[in-house]
Design a protein around this ligand. Structure first.
Ligand SMILES: Cc1cn([C@H]2C[C@H](O)[C@@H](COP(=O)(O)OP(=O)(O)O[C@H]3O[C@H](C)C(=O)[C@H](O)[C@H]3O)O2)c(=O)[nH]c1=O
Length: 182
């Protein structure tokens, strides 16, 4: 497992080792010891999620407020997505900065998004199966969202030849300054 740092402290890219042969491939998609060593301490996951989306679907930018903030270890098992993490921690030196990385079934890359950051992704392939582990349970009463196209964030979403397909919730999401500072 190769671990890469990003522009946001503690947001990490994991590149698992794929063992290919005539049958296909094998990889360890999660190893608790490797993960804990990489993030610097034991991290317990309590929930696994799986969503499937068509091309052009954009889910996000979402977060759960404390004390229900979720750390997320995300990957794209089939297809390809542009995955984004945004630092919305008001006291962070990288507040308002974002990291974007393509996760796909070829590279099987994973992104670690610590609790307190917002997360979203745009589907690049005809369909994408998105799997992730979370460090806390779903708490809809604590859910927050930030607009995917917030001009202060200026996220460089790839052009997939269509307007993003959003849920009603995401289409109505507030700007970061209203979601977090307001
Ligand atoms: C997240 C979640 C949702 N649900 C139910 C609630 C709704 O009836 C349905 C769809 O929920 P939602 O539209 O919020 O799903 P996404 O838009 O994929 O939300 C996720 O998208 C971004 C990318 C994230 O990082 C979060 O994990 C999460 O906010 O699943 C559950 O039962 N449990 C859950 O943990």
């Amino acid at each position: 497992m190769n671990v890469l740092k990003t522009a946001i402290e503690s947001v990490l890219i994991f590149e698992p080792k794929l063992f290919g042969d005539a049958r296909g491939f094998f990889m360890e998609s999660f190893n608790q010891k490797i993960f804990d060593d990489a993030v610097g301490g034991h991290t317990a996951f309590v929930q696994d999620n799986h969503s499937r989306s068509a091309k052009g679907v954009l889910r996000g930018l979402h977060f759960q407020r404390a004390p229900h903030a979720q750390g997320k270890l995300v990957r794209c098992a089939a297809g390809a997505v542009f995955d984004v993490s945004v630092d919305i921690r008001r006291d962070s030196p990288t507040f308002g900065q974002w990291v974007g990385v393509e996760l796909n079934a070829e590279n099987q890359r994973q992104l670690w998004i610590p609790a307190g950051l917002a997360h979203g992704f745009l589907v690049l392939s005809e369909s994408a199966d998105f799997l992730y582990k979370t460090t806390d349970y779903y708490a809809p009463q604590a859910e927050g969202a930030v607009r995917w196209d917030d001009p202060d964030l200026a996220i460089a979403w790839p052009n997939v030849g269509m307007a993003p397909l959003l849920s009603g919730k995401d289409a109505a999401a507030p700007l970061l300054r209203d979601a977090v500072l307001g």
